[in-house]
Design a protein around this ligand. Sequence first.
Ligand code: ATP
Length: 297
Amino acid sequence: MNNKSPITILSVRSLSVNYGTVEALKDVSLEVKDGEIVAIVGANGAGKSTTLKAIVGTLKEYNGRIVSGEILFQGKKINGTPPYELVKMGISLVPEGRRVFPSMTVQENLEMGGYILVNTQWSIANKKKLFVNGQSSIKKLFVNRYSSMDKRGSHSSMVNSQSRITNNQLLITNLAKIFDLFPVLKERQNQKAGTLSGGEQQMLAIGRALMLSPKLLLLDEPSLGLSPNYIEVVFDRLKEINKQGTSILIVEQNARKALEVCNRGYVFEIGGIAFTDSGENLLKDERVQKAFLGFGK
Ligand code: ATP
């Protein structure tokens, strides 16, 4: 963790969430400081995923709602902000179950993660056509687009063109970074995502979330369904991503692994947070050992 800037990047204050009449979360407060890896662990049904859904603004899809409390990202209240706005602000989610686009290639999946930067004025139809036509190389796509803009030569198109070139470069740079982090994705860049193994799909989902250089990466159960080998790889890569400057909040069933890599952890019990401490201390805590690490049973 970067100790130089202990600024709070995410702050959840006294959050209560209901699904209909079901009280899923009651008065939950937690924070992620800049440069930290924070883990949320705890019992099934304790509200871990609900906390993430509240942060990323997807509660409505599940008939849930924030009853009280607030969520701040870099000091700005984000309650109810839609996911696409959060992405622009610097929050990316790696959802439970990866949700890669199975019929698209690895590279196309990664490009989808960078869409917002391409050109927000493009029509949805154009975007669809883009992928139907299988023009998957970011370089080819965006460089072609810029040269046609340049030919028009008006001041505004040149300004737009300039910003697109910057975006283009950012996407190309990020794609290269992701391939460095996950060399297997480079090897498989033309393979359909649906044919990847679970571990490879998880790496792809993480890579896709990194395409816009998020300040905060949220992960819902990244180890779910992975072999022990892949769990090691995924958590090792998360440490590397964090080292490169991204703060991370992980919701995880695999308490041992999450607590091993995190700076701090929150242990949830039904409806709220039971206790919190450094990952190191939580691993030694008898309550955690008994309930989640298989000790003393
Ligand atoms: P798990 O580790 O089993 O995924 P969790 O800690 O992530 O559990 P949540 O999924 O956040 O827990 O669920 C918290 C509570 O809210 C549970 O009692 C659950 O049954 C309830 N809940 C979750 N989603 C809904 C929903 N869409 N409608 C009604 N109740 C829900």
